[in-house]
Design a protein around this ligand. Structure first.
Ligand SMILES: [Zn+2]
Length: 395
């Protein structure tokens, strides 16, 4: 296969279940005619209103063998949910906001009252917030889907959104590849072969052009490996390797670069392990070395490679190194080296998405500060405002 091609056609390179799910998504959202392509951009997805392009690691994270450390019932809900949510999101750019009737993104940004060079970036975030609120509440499904079915689909999307934010991505494929070839992880624990094997029991050859993408990106060293949120690992008493973090900002009892284990987590309304914190919501503080510390000053480590393994909420790692920060601390100098400015918008997106979740508070989801509706959303904004201020000031 020409891996240097710009696009791969989804139909020949995606597993059957994936293609079935994509068809379902289009039907649910009333969009029947949009081709799906797998791009070479590793992460993320986008639409130009004529097709949807999805990064190859988005596909890899639909493959259950790439997941580790989840309880069976959680794996059922979560494996693939984030990717399908992102596809629903891209479909919704066509059906919900800004919608195909605007014809182009240029038309959609005309009335946004910010400096010209920032219009597209703001439009993206405003549109994303509108869309995600619609999706997780089942508001932009076709009319023929009603009642319980509508709620079930919304629930599935909600899991997609929160798992996309908080599940951890291990991206150092070189280290993972060496580990699986020797059979043990960085902590000397046995790890299981999870690559696709050929008839001789050998991992399928990446040199063979007939091997479809979905087989190439399965397994240690091949696709990003996915681990639960750090909070999930703490709440479920998982082993030390699942609870390790590296300090990225010293001071107040912290030492930059030190690796520690987290023993408890605290949400923005003060819930901890013993008082209702959940594994899938924003975490304000970690209990580290006996003291509560801002989660922003730590990056979770991979339970297998020991390399940086952030959740999207923290930022994005590529080949095991931080490439972009969202809520996690970054110095102004380092931020300027990268895509400076986007952190302002990304953190707004995260905050308003969580306002939406806490405000609508469907059954089984955490209640914020004992409140519901607008009051819950406002209480969350108040509670996270100081951290947001520090993000904006690189503190
Ligand atoms: Zn979007």
């Amino acid at each position: 296969m020409a891996v240097d091609a710009v696009f791969h056609e989804g139909a020949t390179n995606l597993p059957k279940e994936f293609l079935e799910q994509y068809d379902l998504l289009r039907q649910w959202m009333g969009l029947s005619d949009i081709p799906l392509k797998i791009g070479l951009s590793e992460h993320g997805a986008h639409t130009d209103m004529a097709s949807i392009e999805m990064g190859v690691q988005m596909m890899a994270q639909t493959l259950k063998p790439n997941y580790h450390g989840f309880k069976d019932e959680d794996l059922e809900k979560i494996a693939g949910a984030a990717t399908y949510f992102v596809l629903a999101h891209e479909i919704a750019h066509n059906t919900t906001h800004p919608g195909r009737e605007v014809k182009s993104w240029e038309n959609s940004v005309k009335d946004i009252d910010v400096e010209a060079r920032d219009k597209f970036r703001w439009m993206n975030i405003i549109s994303d917030i509108c869309i995600n609120y619609n999706i997780i509440n089942g508001m932009n499904l076709v009319d023929s889907i009603t009642g319980k079915k509508r709620e079930e689909i919304a629930e599935q999307f909600r899991w997609g959104l929160v798992s996309e934010m908080f599940m951890r991505h291990s991206t150092d494929h070189t280290t993972a590849s060496a580990m699986i070839n020797q059979g043990t992880n960085a902590y000397g624990q046995a790890i299981l072969e999870n690559r696709v094997l050929d008839a001789n029991g050998v991992p399928v050859s990446l040199e063979d052009p007939a091997v479809p993408l979905w087989q190439r990106y399965q397994g240690y060293g091949r696709g990003d490996q996915i681990y639960p949120s750090l909070a999930y690992s703490v709440l479920n008493n998982q082993g030390e390797n699942y609870r390790k973090v590296r300090c990225i900002k010293g001071g107040d009892g912290r030492r930059n670069g030190k690796v520690s284990e987290v023993t408890d987590v605290k949400t923005y309304d003060g819930r901890t392990k013993g008082s209702g914190a959940t594994g899938w919501e924003p975490i304000k503080e970690y209990l580290v070395d006996g003291a509560w510390q801002s989660s922003r000053y730590y990056i979770p480590l991979c339970p297998d490679t020991g390399k940086l393994c952030p959740a999207i909420w923290d930022g994005i790692a590529i080949r095991g190194e931080m490439n972009r920060y969202w809520w996690a601390y970054v110095s102004k100098a380092d931020a300027r080296k990268g895509t400076s400015g986007y952190e302002y918008l990304g953190t707004q997106l995260f905050v308003y998405e969580w306002c939406g979740i806490y405000a609508t508070n469907p059954k089984g989801w955490p209640q914020f500060a004992g409140k519901t509706g607008r009051a819950a959303a406002e209480a969350f904004i108040d509670a996270i405002a100081e951290d947001m201020d520090r993000v904006m000031r690189y503190r």
